[in-house]
Write a new protein. Structure first.
Length: 242
């Protein structure tokens, strides 16, 4: 590549292949930074909506699978604690444990699985935590509508066993697998039990995925890579004139 300019006994003459590579990488780094920044803004809006103090809405049983995710709702019914699930591979503050899903029978006879929160791993796979619930009287629950957790890999799935032992341990089950194990019609969505209500465990609910600040920091890192790339490009291609 011919000399582009020279000054103070130095000349700037990078090769064409290096220049093309730097331009491609620079554009990619800027684009990735913009993508992460936009994701952070979208996640910030989601978290703001999630944290907004909204009263629970009274909804019909048939609406639970159609209303917006994270919507706070209020439901009438009673718990059926004899048939509960323990979602495996759920951690809290870096500690392994389970999330407890308990059927809540609605007025229509249909059930919604209520996530009553996280309990720690007992240290033994054959000794599950005691999640029994004595009070099965009619009550009103409030909480947020949520989807079943999805695995990153299919190999992480473990459907509930077909034996008569309860509670059943399962990992990333499908709605159909849970419904078949219960022998009840259930909604496709879960209810995340409000933290202030009784009969629950650790419930520090947050939207899934990375927090907004993490996306913003990733964006700044990508833009930093772009800046470093330019500094190296110009710094390494200024050479002394011999």
């Amino acid at each position: 590549m011919p000399t582009l300019f020279s000054a103070s006994g130095r000349r700037f003459a990078p090769s064409w292949p290096i220049t093309v590579l730097v331009v491609v990488l620079f554009v990619a780094f800027i684009g990735l930074g913009r993508w992460q920044w936009h994701r952070g803004e979208a996640k910030q809006a989601t978290w703001a909506e999630y944290e907004r103090d909204q009263p629970p809405a009274r909804v019909a049983d048939s609406e639970l699978d159609q209303i917006g995710r994270f919507t706070r709702v209020s439901l009438d019914g009673h718990f059926a604690p004899d048939h509960q699930f323990l979602l495996d591979n759920r951690s809290h503050a870096g500690q392994p444990g389970y999330e407890v899903l308990t059927p809540f029978i609605l007025g229509s006879g249909r059930a919604v699985l209520v996530n009553r929160g996280w309990v720690p791993f007992t240290g033994y796979r054959d000794h599950l935590p005691d999640v029994s619930l004595a009070d099965t009287s009619a009550r009103t629950l409030s909480g947020r509508i949520e989807e079943l957790p999805a695995p990153g890999l299919a190999s992480g799935r473990a459907p509930p066993s077909g034996d008569a032992v309860w509670p059943k341990l399962t990992s990333f089950p499908s709605h159909e697998e849970l419904e078949a194990a219960l022998g009840l019609k259930t909604t496709r969505r879960l209810l995340l039990l409000d933290p202030k209500l009784p009969d629950g465990y650790v419930r520090e609910w947050t939207p899934p995925g990375l927090p907004p600040d993490r996306h913003f920091s990733y964006a700044i890192q990508w833009w930093g890579f772009a800046l470093v790339l330019l500094v190296l490009y110009f710094g390494l291609n200024f050479r002394k004139v011999s």
